[in-house]
Design a protein around this ligand. Sequence first.
Ligand SMILES: [Fe+2]
Length: 317
Amino acid sequence: MSALAKQTITEQEFQGFAVTDFPASKRLKVVTLDEATIRAFNDAVSEWTVQGIEYKPFLRFEVADRLDAITNYTLGKFLNATVRDRATGAFLLNYQGSPNVEEGDARTEFEVKLSTAVSHIIGLSNHDAMYGQYYARFTVRNVDDSDSYLRKAHRRMELHNDGTYVNERTDYVLMQKLKEENMQGGDSLMLHLDDWAELDKFYKHPLAKKDIVWGAPKSKNVESKVEHPVFFEEDADGKPLMLYIDQFAEPSNKAEGKYLYEMGESLEADANFLSVPMPVGSMMVMHNHFWLHGRDKFVPHPDLCRELLRQRGHFTE
Ligand SMILES: [Fe+2]
Protein backbone atom coordinates (compact mmCIF):
# COMPACT_ATOMS: atom_id res chain seq x y z
CA MET A 1 0.00 0.00 0.00
CA SER A 2 1.36 3.46 -0.85
CA ALA A 3 2.11 6.12 1.77
CA LEU A 4 -0.91 8.12 0.60
CA ALA A 5 -3.23 5.15 1.07
CA LYS A 6 -2.00 4.77 4.64
CA GLN A 7 -2.95 8.33 5.55
CA THR A 8 -6.06 7.97 7.58
CA ILE A 9 -8.65 10.63 8.02
CA THR A 10 -11.64 10.35 10.28
CA GLU A 11 -15.16 11.49 9.49
CA GLN A 12 -14.97 14.22 12.15
CA GLU A 13 -12.15 15.83 10.17
CA PHE A 14 -14.07 16.17 6.87
CA GLN A 15 -14.71 19.82 6.00
CA GLY A 16 -17.25 20.78 3.34
CA PHE A 17 -18.24 17.25 2.29
CA ALA A 18 -19.82 14.07 3.65
CA VAL A 19 -19.15 10.39 2.95
CA THR A 20 -21.38 7.32 3.05
CA ASP A 21 -20.97 3.73 1.83
CA PHE A 22 -22.71 2.74 -1.40
CA PRO A 23 -25.61 0.54 -0.16
CA ALA A 24 -24.47 -2.63 -1.95
CA SER A 25 -20.77 -2.42 -1.10
CA LYS A 26 -18.50 -0.75 1.44
CA ARG A 27 -15.77 -0.72 -1.18
CA LEU A 28 -17.47 2.12 -3.04
CA LYS A 29 -17.62 5.42 -1.13
CA VAL A 30 -20.22 8.05 -1.95
CA VAL A 31 -18.74 11.53 -1.50
CA THR A 32 -21.14 14.49 -1.44
CA LEU A 33 -19.73 18.02 -1.59
CA ASP A 34 -21.74 20.65 0.27
CA GLU A 35 -23.47 23.35 -1.74
CA ALA A 36 -21.23 25.95 -0.04
CA THR A 37 -18.18 24.02 -1.22
CA ILE A 38 -19.18 23.95 -4.90
CA ARG A 39 -20.22 27.59 -4.85
CA ALA A 40 -16.91 28.59 -3.30
CA PHE A 41 -15.12 26.39 -5.86
CA ASN A 42 -16.98 28.02 -8.76
CA ASP A 43 -15.94 31.47 -7.49
CA ALA A 44 -12.37 30.33 -6.91
CA VAL A 45 -11.90 29.14 -10.52
CA SER A 46 -14.11 31.65 -12.35
CA GLU A 47 -11.06 33.54 -13.66
CA TRP A 48 -10.21 30.58 -15.94
CA THR A 49 -12.10 29.06 -18.87
CA VAL A 50 -11.89 25.39 -19.77
CA GLN A 51 -10.01 26.47 -22.91
CA GLY A 52 -7.44 28.17 -20.68
CA ILE A 53 -7.09 25.01 -18.62
CA GLU A 54 -6.61 23.00 -21.83
CA TYR A 55 -3.91 25.39 -23.07
CA LYS A 56 -2.00 25.65 -19.78
CA PRO A 57 -1.54 22.27 -18.11
CA PHE A 58 -0.30 23.81 -14.84
CA LEU A 59 -3.75 25.33 -14.32
CA ARG A 60 -5.16 21.80 -13.81
CA PHE A 61 -3.19 21.51 -10.59
CA GLU A 62 -4.19 25.02 -9.58
CA VAL A 63 -7.88 24.18 -10.07
CA ALA A 64 -7.34 21.04 -7.97
CA ASP A 65 -5.63 22.99 -5.22
CA ARG A 66 -8.45 25.56 -5.05
CA LEU A 67 -11.02 22.81 -4.43
CA ASP A 68 -8.86 21.01 -1.89
CA ALA A 69 -8.07 24.28 -0.07
CA ILE A 70 -11.81 24.98 0.40
CA THR A 71 -12.05 21.72 2.37
CA ASN A 72 -8.90 22.57 4.31
CA TYR A 73 -7.17 19.76 2.36
CA THR A 74 -9.37 17.10 3.96
CA LEU A 75 -10.96 16.16 0.61
CA GLY A 76 -7.62 15.39 -1.04
CA LYS A 77 -6.55 13.31 1.92
CA PHE A 78 -9.73 11.25 1.78
CA LEU A 79 -9.90 10.81 -2.02
CA ASN A 80 -6.25 9.80 -2.33
CA ALA A 81 -6.46 7.30 0.51
CA THR A 82 -9.71 5.83 -0.87
CA VAL A 83 -8.64 5.37 -4.49
CA ARG A 84 -5.26 3.86 -3.60
CA ASP A 85 -6.48 1.45 -0.92
CA ARG A 86 -7.25 -1.96 -2.40
CA ALA A 87 -10.04 -2.54 0.14
CA THR A 88 -11.99 0.38 -1.37
CA GLY A 89 -10.42 1.85 -4.53
CA ALA A 90 -13.46 3.75 -5.81
CA PHE A 91 -15.70 6.71 -5.08
CA LEU A 92 -18.83 8.22 -6.57
CA LEU A 93 -18.64 11.98 -6.17
CA ASN A 94 -21.64 14.28 -6.38
CA TYR A 95 -22.76 17.54 -4.81
CA GLN A 96 -25.70 19.04 -2.99
CA GLY A 97 -27.76 21.89 -4.39
CA SER A 98 -26.56 23.97 -7.29
CA PRO A 99 -23.29 25.74 -8.07
CA ASN A 100 -25.29 28.86 -8.99
CA VAL A 101 -24.32 28.64 -12.66
CA GLU A 102 -26.62 29.03 -15.67
CA GLU A 103 -27.73 25.78 -17.33
CA GLY A 104 -26.16 24.96 -20.69
CA ASP A 105 -22.57 25.71 -21.69
CA ALA A 106 -21.71 27.56 -18.48
CA ARG A 107 -22.88 24.62 -16.40
CA THR A 108 -20.86 22.20 -18.56
CA GLU A 109 -17.78 24.41 -18.06
CA PHE A 110 -18.33 24.17 -14.32
CA GLU A 111 -18.64 20.37 -14.50
CA VAL A 112 -15.43 20.04 -16.54
CA LYS A 113 -13.57 22.20 -14.01
CA LEU A 114 -14.91 20.08 -11.15
CA SER A 115 -13.80 16.79 -12.68
CA THR A 116 -10.44 18.38 -13.57
CA ALA A 117 -10.04 19.34 -9.91
CA VAL A 118 -10.90 15.85 -8.69
CA SER A 119 -8.60 14.06 -11.16
CA HIS A 120 -5.67 16.37 -10.42
CA ILE A 121 -6.12 15.97 -6.69
CA ILE A 122 -5.30 12.29 -7.17
CA GLY A 123 -2.95 12.37 -10.17
CA LEU A 124 -2.35 13.63 -13.69
CA SER A 125 -4.74 12.87 -16.55
CA ASN A 126 -3.18 11.41 -19.72
CA HIS A 127 -3.70 12.87 -23.18
CA ASP A 128 -6.82 11.26 -24.68
CA ALA A 129 -6.00 10.58 -28.34
CA MET A 130 -9.67 10.00 -29.25
CA TYR A 131 -10.60 13.58 -28.29
CA GLY A 132 -7.26 15.40 -28.38
CA GLN A 133 -7.38 16.74 -24.83
CA TYR A 134 -6.55 15.57 -21.31
CA TYR A 135 -10.18 14.43 -21.22
CA ALA A 136 -12.70 13.10 -23.74
CA ARG A 137 -16.34 14.07 -24.14
CA PHE A 138 -18.56 11.73 -26.10
CA THR A 139 -22.24 11.21 -26.75
CA VAL A 140 -24.20 7.97 -26.81
CA ARG A 141 -27.28 8.04 -29.05
CA ASN A 142 -29.93 5.58 -30.18
CA VAL A 143 -28.12 4.97 -33.47
CA ASP A 144 -24.39 4.62 -33.75
CA ASP A 145 -21.98 3.63 -36.51
CA SER A 146 -18.72 3.65 -34.53
CA ASP A 147 -16.22 0.82 -34.43
CA SER A 148 -16.25 -0.19 -30.77
CA TYR A 149 -18.86 -0.77 -28.06
CA LEU A 150 -18.13 2.55 -26.31
CA ARG A 151 -21.06 4.34 -27.97
CA LYS A 152 -23.39 1.39 -28.63
CA ALA A 153 -26.47 1.96 -26.53
CA HIS A 154 -28.44 -1.26 -26.78
CA ARG A 155 -25.92 -3.73 -25.52
CA ARG A 156 -24.10 -4.30 -22.32
CA MET A 157 -20.48 -3.13 -22.45
CA GLU A 158 -18.53 -5.97 -20.89
CA LEU A 159 -16.37 -5.58 -17.81
CA HIS A 160 -12.84 -4.42 -18.62
CA ASN A 161 -9.92 -2.22 -17.59
CA ASP A 162 -8.96 0.92 -19.51
CA GLY A 163 -5.55 1.67 -20.99
CA THR A 164 -4.90 -1.84 -22.34
CA TYR A 165 -3.60 -0.65 -25.74
CA VAL A 166 -1.47 2.34 -24.69
CA ASN A 167 2.01 2.50 -23.20
CA GLU A 168 1.08 5.08 -20.58
CA ARG A 169 0.15 3.99 -17.10
CA THR A 170 -3.57 4.19 -16.45
CA ASP A 171 -3.88 4.04 -12.66
CA TYR A 172 -7.29 5.64 -12.48
CA VAL A 173 -10.43 6.14 -14.56
CA LEU A 174 -12.90 8.99 -14.05
CA MET A 175 -16.34 8.95 -15.71
CA GLN A 176 -18.61 11.98 -15.38
CA LYS A 177 -22.22 12.30 -16.53
CA LEU A 178 -22.72 15.65 -18.29
CA LYS A 179 -26.14 15.19 -19.84
CA GLU A 180 -28.91 12.63 -20.14
CA GLU A 181 -32.22 12.56 -22.02
CA ASN A 182 -34.76 9.78 -22.53
CA MET A 183 -32.56 7.28 -20.80
CA GLN A 184 -33.67 4.14 -19.02
CA GLY A 185 -31.02 1.68 -17.84
CA GLY A 186 -27.36 2.16 -18.66
CA ASP A 187 -26.08 1.92 -15.09
CA SER A 188 -22.34 1.73 -14.53
CA LEU A 189 -21.20 -1.81 -13.80
CA MET A 190 -18.20 -2.53 -11.58
CA LEU A 191 -16.47 -5.64 -10.31
CA HIS A 192 -13.63 -5.61 -7.78
CA LEU A 193 -10.90 -8.15 -8.55
CA ASP A 194 -11.06 -9.57 -5.03
CA ASP A 195 -14.84 -10.13 -5.40
CA TRP A 196 -14.41 -12.12 -8.65
CA ALA A 197 -15.05 -15.73 -7.60
CA GLU A 198 -12.76 -17.20 -10.28
CA LEU A 199 -9.83 -14.79 -9.95
CA ASP A 200 -7.47 -17.56 -8.82
CA LYS A 201 -8.38 -19.84 -11.71
CA PHE A 202 -7.18 -17.19 -14.18
CA TYR A 203 -4.38 -15.66 -12.08
CA LYS A 204 -2.79 -19.08 -11.51
CA HIS A 205 -3.22 -20.11 -15.15
CA PRO A 206 -0.01 -20.72 -17.20
CA LEU A 207 -0.97 -17.83 -19.53
CA ALA A 208 -1.62 -15.30 -16.72
CA LYS A 209 1.84 -13.79 -17.08
CA LYS A 210 2.35 -14.34 -20.80
CA ASP A 211 2.55 -11.29 -23.09
CA ILE A 212 -0.52 -10.75 -25.25
CA VAL A 213 -0.82 -8.22 -28.10
CA TRP A 214 -3.38 -5.40 -27.68
CA GLY A 215 -4.44 -3.02 -30.46
CA ALA A 216 -7.18 -0.41 -30.89
CA PRO A 217 -9.81 0.29 -33.56
CA LYS A 218 -9.33 3.34 -35.79
CA SER A 219 -11.53 5.75 -33.81
CA LYS A 220 -9.13 5.62 -30.87
CA ASN A 221 -6.36 7.26 -32.97
CA VAL A 222 -3.73 4.94 -31.54
CA GLU A 223 -1.64 3.34 -34.32
CA SER A 224 0.83 1.15 -32.47
CA LYS A 225 0.13 -2.08 -30.64
CA VAL A 226 1.40 -2.97 -27.19
CA GLU A 227 2.23 -6.24 -25.46
CA HIS A 228 1.61 -7.10 -21.84
CA PRO A 229 0.14 -9.95 -19.81
CA VAL A 230 -3.41 -9.74 -18.43
CA PHE A 231 -1.96 -9.87 -14.91
CA PHE A 232 0.79 -7.41 -15.63
CA GLU A 233 1.90 -6.54 -12.08
CA GLU A 234 1.36 -7.12 -8.37
CA ASP A 235 0.62 -4.45 -5.80
CA ALA A 236 2.85 -3.80 -2.75
CA ASP A 237 1.11 -6.64 -0.90
CA GLY A 238 1.76 -9.10 -3.74
CA LYS A 239 -1.85 -9.13 -4.98
CA PRO A 240 -2.61 -9.13 -8.72
CA LEU A 241 -3.27 -6.02 -10.80
CA MET A 242 -5.22 -6.54 -14.01
CA LEU A 243 -5.16 -5.01 -17.50
CA TYR A 244 -7.76 -6.69 -19.70
CA ILE A 245 -10.41 -5.86 -22.30
CA ASP A 246 -12.21 -8.34 -24.52
CA GLN A 247 -12.47 -6.16 -27.65
CA PHE A 248 -8.84 -5.16 -28.11
CA ALA A 249 -6.88 -8.32 -27.27
CA GLU A 250 -5.25 -9.94 -30.31
CA PRO A 251 -4.51 -13.56 -29.31
CA SER A 252 -1.81 -15.20 -31.41
CA ASN A 253 -2.99 -18.80 -31.03
CA LYS A 254 -5.90 -20.95 -29.92
CA ALA A 255 -4.64 -21.33 -26.34
CA GLU A 256 -4.51 -17.55 -25.82
CA GLY A 257 -7.90 -17.20 -27.51
CA LYS A 258 -9.44 -19.76 -25.21
CA TYR A 259 -7.88 -18.22 -22.09
CA LEU A 260 -9.26 -14.78 -22.99
CA TYR A 261 -12.65 -16.15 -24.04
CA GLU A 262 -13.11 -18.06 -20.81
CA MET A 263 -12.00 -15.03 -18.80
CA GLY A 264 -14.65 -12.87 -20.47
CA GLU A 265 -17.32 -15.52 -19.85
CA SER A 266 -16.31 -15.82 -16.19
CA LEU A 267 -16.37 -12.05 -15.61
CA GLU A 268 -19.77 -11.63 -17.24
CA ALA A 269 -21.22 -14.56 -15.26
CA ASP A 270 -19.95 -13.34 -11.88
CA ALA A 271 -22.76 -12.24 -9.59
CA ASN A 272 -20.63 -9.96 -7.40
CA PHE A 273 -20.72 -6.91 -9.67
CA LEU A 274 -22.17 -3.57 -8.61
CA SER A 275 -24.76 -1.76 -10.67
CA VAL A 276 -24.43 1.97 -10.01
CA PRO A 277 -26.83 4.62 -11.32
CA MET A 278 -25.04 7.89 -12.05
CA PRO A 279 -27.12 11.07 -11.96
CA VAL A 280 -26.16 14.05 -14.16
CA GLY A 281 -23.37 15.97 -12.43
CA SER A 282 -21.93 12.94 -10.67
CA MET A 283 -18.61 11.27 -11.39
CA MET A 284 -17.19 7.84 -10.70
CA VAL A 285 -13.50 7.49 -9.99
CA MET A 286 -11.84 4.11 -9.58
CA HIS A 287 -8.49 2.41 -9.39
CA ASN A 288 -8.17 0.96 -12.87
CA HIS A 289 -6.27 -2.16 -11.90
CA PHE A 290 -8.31 -3.52 -9.03
CA TRP A 291 -11.69 -2.60 -10.42
CA LEU A 292 -13.16 -3.67 -13.76
CA HIS A 293 -15.90 -1.49 -15.23
CA GLY A 294 -18.60 -1.72 -17.86
CA ARG A 295 -22.05 -0.38 -18.66
CA ASP A 296 -25.47 -1.94 -18.67
CA LYS A 297 -27.66 -1.71 -21.78
CA PHE A 298 -30.28 1.02 -22.29
CA VAL A 299 -33.91 0.83 -23.27
CA PRO A 300 -34.08 2.02 -26.92
CA HIS A 301 -35.63 5.45 -27.46
CA PRO A 302 -35.41 7.52 -30.68
CA ASP A 303 -34.31 10.64 -28.79
CA LEU A 304 -32.00 8.93 -26.38
CA CYS A 305 -28.93 11.04 -25.63
CA ARG A 306 -26.27 10.79 -23.00
CA GLU A 307 -23.09 12.81 -22.80
CA LEU A 308 -20.12 11.61 -20.79
CA LEU A 309 -16.70 12.92 -19.95
CA ARG A 310 -13.84 10.60 -19.15
CA GLN A 311 -10.36 11.11 -17.82
CA ARG A 312 -7.72 8.46 -17.47
CA GLY A 313 -4.45 9.12 -15.77
CA HIS A 314 -1.67 8.10 -13.47
CA PHE A 315 -0.95 8.76 -9.83
CA THR A 316 1.68 11.43 -9.30
CA GLU A 317 2.94 10.50 -5.85
FE1 LIG B 1 -13.69 1.74 -20.15
